[in-house]
Design a protein around this ligand. Sequence first.
Ligand code: ATP
Length: 235
Amino acid sequence: MTALLELRKVQARYGPVQALRGVNIDVPEGTVVAVLGANGAGKTTTLRAVSGTVKRDGEITFAGKPLRSGPEAVAKAGIAHVPEGRGTFTDLSVTENLRLGAYTRRDRSVKADIERMATYFPWILDRGDQRAGTLSGGEQQMLALARALMGRPRLLMLDEPSLGLAPLIVREIFRIVRELNEKEGLTVLVVEQDARIALDSAATAYVLEVGTVALSGTSAELKGDEAVRRSYLGY
Ligand code: ATP
């Protein structure tokens, strides 16, 4: 069976820097897939190659069709990208950020969807008018996630959701991601430096090293792999 998202021999470069050197990744529908790796391995670039925000070569198919490049085409295809650093509109309110997340949709159930988001992030109901820039780091990450979900994506791409957050908040964010996957069948591709939390949440994972997939397997296989344990799990 073909996966919802397939990357084949994907390459990407920033001027002279070849960031991806032929990456193959499968994201089956309804699963959580993690991309792990050290600083500079190409994790962020992998997501940027999918969303077409970096020049890429190779093949990317989504739902069985070649994926057109560029943020607009990718959003229309049903892919939401929460970039590193979150990308919330800090001068806008929580509610305004959520409404913007629904911009690709034609239907008018935005209010119902904000209520649906509140089942995962109850605090957004009381904070609708608060300026996003004044939220805590964890709340901003959750808002970025909620905003992405307002577009009702088929695939959610999350870049390093743990960045700069306390371990308790990181666990809460991953718990919500798992709940979305289990309850709503949301497919997730998550890039993460914290291998431990990522492997606890993902079904399968890919380890990138200098722009190529060095290892891949189920989370259980990778947790049992000596090299992964030593390099990424620290035990
Ligand atoms: P990190 O965990 O540190 O974010 P990463 O695995 O996400 O790392 P990438 O950000 O994808 O790695 O970077 C891959 C390579 O591309 C690195 O060598 C990096 O220095 C380079 N790179 C990334 N962005 C740019 C850019 N805008 N211009 C030039 N080189 C870049």
